[in-house]
Design a protein around this ligand. Structure first.
Ligand code: ZN
Length: 419
């Protein structure tokens, strides 16, 4: 691939990924939740790495580690910063690349820029967010929402499984929750936000491409579907007289698969049935429905279609199907200018125009899009597996990812110089 050898950069990245992956709450699997002793240890290690490459380090009020490389030249934009980040928390029994890769790529990029004598016309700030996964509290993106000025104040009162609030856990971690509003960055001070992340899906592998440029983080909504029929005796009520809520649920699930399609995925992941007895016709059922799409319009149309076809199923079966929206996140589009820059950086490495793909998973970029333009580089991962210890990225692909980030930063700097 165009004479670039990804192995040295990839090996450095892999070594740091391994170091971070050794910090876990449990000896046999990777568990690193927000505001725990393991988070502290990981944050300390990241801070140490940041200092070693010459960054000025601080921890903010939501426990995000910031490492700043000041602008290398004076100019009208030298007080602004380009942000690069991802998260260092994990799910339970996690893989080691999801999150840490984006932070480590940023740190190595700083080291390489300095070693190559490249001076930037803006500051470069690496961010290690402490909560992206939402594995401890019923809330995701606490770190990035704080920087973006988008954290809902009620978040501080949420409790974990043991009843400890976010506020209290922050205080014990050494953070001042009262300072959270003041952590919000100003749009005018920021050049943009870049994130390197594993794809967590199978497409890059299928396409035989190490890297891709993300078009958008999917629009997402969650719904509670209540189906109300009529319970009855399993032996005495003839089939034609039944209003079976579970049979209607089965038809609902099959219908959802028909409505889904390109750039639109829908999942029924939970179901509960009442009364739930072997000899009773189900009287009611409650289902979850998760909808993700490449645009808000596609998502809204899909939900409308599900509602319309639910009414038909309900009318035919004599049951009532209600589809209630419990959570909605609009699409976060990656900025065209950053998509173009990332695409060119990857093409310079592979010699081909890179694929563009939607992110069906949420990322810190979702919160950062409230603040600034975002751009994301996706990295091929084996079989698309993530949130699992089998998560794997090759050393070569790690090297390509870090080099693509470096070249993206250099190109943004060049554009700024000519702006
Ligand atoms: Zn992640």
């Amino acid at each position: 691939m165009n004479g670039f050898d990804p192995t040295p950069l990839g090996e450095r990245t892999e070594a740091m990924i391994e170091s971070l992956a050794s910090i876990s709450a449990e000896p046999d699997r990777l568990v690193r939740l927000y505001l725990t002793p393991e988070h502290k240890q990981a944050a300390d290690l990241v801070a140490e790495w940041m200092r070693r490459v010459g960054l000025a380090v601080r921890m903010d009020a939501a426990a995000t580690i910031h490492g700043l490389l000041p602008a290398g030249k004076d100019g009208p934009r030298s007080s602004r910063r380009l942000l690069v980040g991802s998260h260092i928390d994990t799910v339970i029994d996690a893989g080691k690349y999801d999150g840490p890769l984006g932070v480590i790529a940023g740190i190595i990029a700083v080291e390489e820029l300095r070693a190559r004598g490249i001076r930037l016309p803006f500051g470069l700030e690496i961010l290690a967010f402490g909560d992206e996964e939402g594995a401890r509290y019923p809330k995701t993106l606490i770190g990035s929402s704080t920087v973006a000025g988008a954290l809902e104040p009620t978040t501080l009162e949420l409790t974990d499984a043991r009843g400890e609030t976010v506020r209290n856990a922050l205080l014990r971690f050494g953070c001042d929750p009262a300072a959270i509003p003041a952590e919000a960055y100003k749009r005018a001070d920021v050049v943009g936000y870049l994130e390197v992340h594993i794809e967590q899906g199978p497409l890059l592998e299928r396409w035989d491409e190490p890297l891709g440029s993300v078009t958008a983080i999917a629009a997402q909504s969650r719904h509670r579907v209540r189906i109300t029929g009529e319970a009855g005796h399993a032996g005495t009520v003839p089939m034609a007289f039944r209003h079976d809520a579970l049979a209607a649920a089965a038809e609902f699930i099959a219908m959802v698969e028909e409505v889904a399609g390109d750039n639109l995925v829908m999942t029924v992941g939970e179901i509960s049935v009442s009364p739930g007895a072997v000899n009773v016709i189900p009287g009611s059922a409650v289902l979850s429905l998760d909808v993700r799409a490449s645009s808000d319009e596609v998502r809204a149309l899909a939900v409308e279609s599900v509602r319309g076809r639910s009414r038909q199923i309900g009318a035919r079966r004599g049951v009532v199907i209600g589809v209630e929206t419990v959570h909605e996140k609009p699409v976060a589009r990656c900025a065209p200018r950053l998509r173009g820059t990332i695409g060119a950086a990857i093409a310079g490495l592979t010699g081909r125009k890179p694929p563009e793909l939607m992110s069906g998973a949420g990322h810190d970029g979702l919160a950062m899009a409230h603040l600034t333009d975002i751009g994301m580089i996706f990295v091929r991962c084996r079989a698309g597996i993530s949130h699992n210890p089998l998560e794997h990225v090759t050393v070569a692909d790690l090297g390509y990812a870090v080099e693509a980030l470096i070249r993206t930063i250099v190109e943004i700097a060049r554009e700024e110089d000519h702006a």
